[in-house]
Design a protein around this ligand. Structure first.
Ligand code: URA
Ligand code: SF4
Length: 256
């Protein structure tokens, strides 16, 4: 587990890299924050490019595009870069109210460069549809952007290298709710070692600074991964109950 200082430093360094690609000359003085107050809402006239936040300068789509095209696609920060076919950045609506975070690309995702397209992906798509949504309305991504060989568990050094991309994605999208699919996503986002069985079923506070108490919190619901559900059908009711709590949180109508 990285220290608080490491986590803050890594999150900031990642954020500033995209700032530079956007042409920002100066460092914004605050940490990336979800639901940042727009300048006009605070009554502060902000006119120069240098004093705007990066998301305001480039817009969410442009910032995500630069993160994917200029940083993730060419990334060699861990050894998975040597075995991947394609990086898998994520997919969906940059303005999504709801973001799903999985573990890592599998065989088909690596082949196609698209998130959640294998069997687990088909189940995730059905879960999203059951919530009354489409894949295009939400945003879907993973902790790791490259496939671990034979779909082995992500290694701690790979999570440490890759998670700043995820933290930036989440701070750009500013979702109202996050669903963490499976243990690696829940543990990475909540910086905890608790088991998914313990974590699931209730909302936790996610801080996109990566640090408890730094920046506002986004409600995060951990639940079981769809790949685990495919092997353990008995857990389906628990996942559906978790997703219904998410639907309630964002005001989606519940089925009778
Ligand atoms: N499992 C994941 O966690 N992510 C994918 O993209 C596919 C399978
Ligand atoms: Fe880079 Fe992440 Fe791929 Fe490792 S898994 S090479 S950190 S994009």
């Amino acid at each position: 587990m990285p220290t608080t200082e490491d986590q803050i430093r890594q999150t900031l360094v990642q954020y500033f890299q995209t700032d530079q690609l956007l042409g920002l000359k100066e460092v914004p003085i605050r940490l990336p924050q979800p639901r940042a107050t727009a300048p006009h809402a605070t009554g502060m006239a902000q006119t120069t490019r240098e004093t705007q936040t990066a998301a305001e300068v480039g817009g969410k789509s442009e910032r995500l595009r630069l993160l994917d095209e200029k940083q993730v696609k060419t990334c060699t920060k861990c050894a998975l870069s040597q075995t991947r076919t394609n990086t898998v950045f994520g997919q969906g609506n940059p303005d999504a109210r709801l973001v799903f975070v999985g573990e890592a690309p599998g065989f088909y995702e690596d082949r196609q460069g698209v998130v959640f397209v294998g069997r687990a992906g088909e189940l995730l798509t059905r879960m999203i549809v059951a919530m009354g949504l489409t894949r295009e309305q939400v945003y879907i991504c993973n902790v790791l952007k490259c496939r671990p060989p034979n779909n082995r568990d992500p290694a701690p050094n790979e999570i440490a290298a890759c998670s700043p991309y995820l933290f930036e994605q989440l701070s750009v999208i500013e979702p109202e709710v996050i669903v963490a699919l499976g243990a690696p996503a829940a543990k990475t986002l909540l910086q905890t070692t608790q088991s998914i069985g313990r974590l699931r079923g209730q909302f936790h506070n996610f801080h996109c600074s990566g640090v408890e108490g730094v920046g506002p919190a986004t409600p995060l619901m951990p639940t079981y991964h769809p790949a685990y559900l495919l092997r353990n059908q008995a857990q389906k009711a628990k996942v559906w109950s978790d997703l219904q709590a998410v639907m309630r949180q964002i005001g989606l109508p519940l089925p009778k």
